[in-house]
Write a protein of this length. Structure first.
Length: 110
């Protein structure tokens, strides 16, 4: 089905949302991606991906409560939907199958 495949960065964002559970909002997602991948990401790019994932039905969002620390603004929290979990599971299975086809490819990363 067109539009339901995950791009590489969409996959990273979706995995990060799943890992952050209840604390998955845009700034935390950026910080976690930077920490894990050592890849600086722009907030605007993450917002675009979050919107795309929501349109695909892979995530849903809801606004949290306003806080003094944020000047009364509310955070938008994201969670992975059932469709998102299915998409991630499918991608993992495909990658695992491809990895299993590579003969004698056991690299150790220091």
């Amino acid at each position: 089905m067109k539009g339901t495949n995950l791009g590489e960065f969409e996959e990273v964002v979706l995995l990060t949302i799943a890992a952050l559970t209840d604390e998955a909002y845009s700034v935390a997602i950026c910080d976690e991606i930077d920490r894990v991948t050592e890849r600086k990401v722009k907030l605007g790019v993450v917002h675009a991906v979050l919107n795309r994932l929501e349109k695909k039905g892979f995530v849903k969002s809801e606004l949290g409560e306003a806080t003094k620390e944020r000047g009364g603004r509310r955070k938008r929290f994201f969670t992975v939907t059932h469709a998102g979990k299915v998409a991630l599971t499918k991608v993992k299975a495909q990658r695992d199958e491809l990895w299993s086809l590579i003969p004698d490819f056991n690299l150790k990363i220091a």
